[in-house]
Design a binder for this molecule. Structure first.
Ligand SMILES: [Fe+2]
Length: 186
């Protein structure tokens, strides 16, 4: 039996993360992609969005940053998504809907989201920060050479920014983790 398209795309993204050339190593797969997918699917089911579109966009939204780096990764990811989904004979209309989510998932594209699915992927992307606090600390210590106090401030500020930019539905879901983080990082 043919594997469904979501599973084929998931495998494609995981394979890209496993390559030695992956800009973020393999860790981005379990610590980011899997979480974005989890929250995207949960929100899509809860708010009656198109689950398949959301799942595909969740797996593909950052694929460009693994292959080419973070700059313009919404554009590179959309391009890779289009090519890959075409190869799998996915319909043109649905490819456009997946691309819309990918192109508008970044905070800077806040006002350009025209579909419920795009809002969900953006929300899920920001929600993952609350499940990966150790990763934000690692970035502050390792890549930005912050000391302990600075790192703590940075993590807290980042979580506040993430919380403020997601929809109120997503805020409600993540609120216990937000409150816990604020208590611990005061
Ligand atoms: Fe992401």
């Amino acid at each position: 039996m043919d594997e469904n398209i979501v599973e084929q795309i998931r495998k494609f993204v995981e394979e890209e993360c496993k390559k030695p050339s992956s800009k973020y190593g393999y860790e981005i797969y379990p610590f980011h992609f899997v979480l974005v997918h989890k929250y995207s699917k949960l929100l899509a089911e809860k708010f009656k969005a198109d689950v398949e579109i959301v799942e595909l966009a969740a797996w593909l939204h950052d694929v460009g940053s693994i292959i080419f780096g973070r700059d313009d990764h919404h554009l590179t990811s959309a391009k890779i998504a289009e090519k890959k989904l075409k190869e799998l004979n996915y319909s043109k209309e649905k490819i456009e809907r997946v691309k819309h989510c990918i192109l508008n998932h970044r905070g800077s594209q806040l006002n350009k989201r025209k579909s419920r699915e795009a809002q969900i992927v953006a929300d899920a992307d920001a929600m993952t920060h609350f499940d990966n606090i150790s990763g934000i600390f690692m970035a502050a210590f390792l890549y930005e050479n912050k000391n302990q106090g600075e790192a703590q401030d940075e993590v807290r500020e980042k979580l506040i920014r993430s919380y403020n930019k997601i929809s109120s539905e997503a805020q409600n879901l993540i609120k216990p983790k937000y409150n816990a983080a604020m208590l611990l990082l005061k």
